[in-house]
Write a protein that binds this ligand. Structure first.
Ligand SMILES: *Cc1c(COP(=O)(O)O)cnc(C)c1O
Length: 477
């Protein structure tokens, strides 16, 4: 031991073991029950109450991972994981994350590690090109992209920038004096409600606009609500529309909403956290028609683009709004590059100061797969979802609740809500697959989210078989 530190030699040795461990894990992941079977407290009681006084060998830690931690893991990377939303990973992303840990740089300013900033700018422009985002979102134009931890942080950044824009940056200085109102649909992700609360707008000033039969925001109701609010002395300032809602994958009519926002001078944020990745393929881009009317857009490579959590990509059409909202320059961070105005300092583009070198893992992913490799996998997931949806439509016992635009299938057994939940719980407890549910139009709906890195037709066929066989058994009980 070198004054307690792990030496480079030990790191080399233990690190290789850990890489082997991870590779083994992926080879064997289907052998585990997908949903962890432990009871509350079961993991904690196996962990000592007090920390060790003397350091312990790495082998012992790794053994405890196998013995204590693994039973408490729900295997998100299993090809039989169909719950909630994807959080798919890939080996290039894991290696990129490892390299980021290894370099251990802080990329808050250009000057604190120029490569961290410039690689991020380049990769975000690549992605803008890959998704065919409007010109304004490129760093070479008025806007640009920045990597955030999550879509929740992007929503908050958008709400804050919108607040500052509408108050001419007096919100930052004097607090919010006006009665601001924001608009979402009844199906918008809860992170926007949270952002509105945190930004001091107040939840009472968030209007949840009703949706149509496809669960998409109804633009005429939005226009009417804005009119009423203005009449009552409110100041409308922000709208969030979604490409692929979490619950049902609904796509809001971006162009119509965008035209309202343009007429009314409101900030439009487009949340593509879960399904924005589909824009990689030209055949899905019609869903984003009207995106040039938006002020900001985000999607999560950490959901459906083989990039380990966390990685949310956030673009704005005018970076000055963002920078004016978040910029702050204490003496100890003053430097020539910043003063020259020639560089981006990404700490001015979000809430936190310190930032990880996240663009490395994205760069590795994009270079490993290439644009066509990513398109191949997105199309494969959508095809599998369509196959599953077709089986549902053909079955006399199940119904399709919405026709899937992407890779999420919403369906239900044509029995009671209780029957559907019982069916799902029974299957999930078996550990063979894991899927989840939601409520749409007051009814329990089952969800199959098909997007894990190693999911193939085999697992999807088996899942359908398991669901139909279990339903039959329960019906006969
Ligand atoms: C998952 C999701 C979010 C929140 O994502 P985080 O990155 O975990 O904050 C927001 N919006 C939509 C549509 C989502 O699916």
């Amino acid at each position: 031991m070198n004054e307690y530190h792990m030496t480079p030699g030990q790191f080399r040795e233990e690190g290789k073991k850990l890489i082997d461990w991870i590779a083994d894990y992926y080879e064997q992941v289907e052998q585990y029950p997908v949903l962890s079977q432990v009871k509350p407290g079961e993991i904690k009681k196996q962990l000592p109450e007090m920390p060790p006084l003397s350091g312990e060998p790495f082998d012992k830690m790794l053994a405890d991972v196998d013995r204590i931690i693994m039973p408490g893991i729900t295997h998100w990377q299993s090809p039989n994981f169909f719950a909630y939303f994807p959080a798919n990973t890939s080996f290039p992303a894991i290696l990129g994350d490892l390299l980021s840990s290894g370099l251990g740089v802080q990329g808050m300013l250009w000057a604190t590690s120029p490569a961290a900033t410039e690689l991020e700018t380049r990769v975000m422009d690549w992605l803008a090109e890959m998704l065919e985002l409007p010109q304004a979102f490129r760093s070479t134009s008025t806007g640009g992209g920045v990597i955030q931890d999550t879509a929740s942080s992007s929503a908050l950044a958008a709400v804050l920038a919108a607040r500052e824009k509408v108050t001419r940056f007096s919100g930052n200085e004097k607090g919010v004096q006006q009665k601001l109102v924001a608009y979402v649909s009844a199906q918008t992700h809860s992170s926007v409600e949270k952002a509105v609360k945190i930004a001091g707008i107040g939840r009472e000033n968030l209007r949840m606009i009703d949706v149509d039969e496809k669960f998409a925001l109804r633009p005429n109701l939005l226009r009417e609500q804005i009119r009423q609010d203005r009449e009552s002395g409110f100041l409308p300032f922000f709208v969030c529309a979604t490409i692929g809602t979490t619950s049902s994958n609904a796509v809001d009519p971006i162009r119509k909403i965008g035209e309202i926002c343009r007429d009314e001078n409101l900030w439009l944020h487009i949340d593509g956290a879960m399904s924005g990745t589909a824009l990689l393929c030209p055949e899905f881009r019609f869903h984003a028609d009207g995106l040039e009317l938006a002020d900001s857009f985000c999607f999560n490579p950490h959901k459906w683009m083989f990039t380990n959590f966390d990685c949310d990509c956030f673009w704005v059409a005018d970076r000055q709004h963002l920078i004016n909202t978040f910029s702050i320059l204490p003496e100890y961070l003053r430097n020539q590059a910043t003063e020259s105005g020639e560089v981006f300092d990404y700490r001015d583009w979000h809430i936190q100061l310190g930032r990880r070198f996240r663009s490395l893992k994205l760069w590795f992913v994009i270079r490993h797969y290439g644009v066509e490799g990513l398109q191949f996998h997105i199309r494969k997931h959508v095809q599998l979802a369509r196959w599953f949806a077709e089986q549902v439509s053909l079955s006399p016992h199940f119904e399709l609740v919405t026709s899937p635009p992407f890779n999420l299938v919403c369906f239900r057994h044509n029995g009671t809500d209780e029957f559907n939940l019982q069916l799902m719980n029974e299957i999930n407890l078996s550990g063979k697959i894991f899927f989840s549910h939601t409520k749409l139009a007051g009814r329990v709906v089952l969800r199959m989210s098909i997007a894990q890195t190693h999911t193939t037709k085999k697992q999807v066929e088996r899942a359908w078989q398991l669901i139909t066989e279990t339903a039959e058994r329960l019906r006969n009980n």
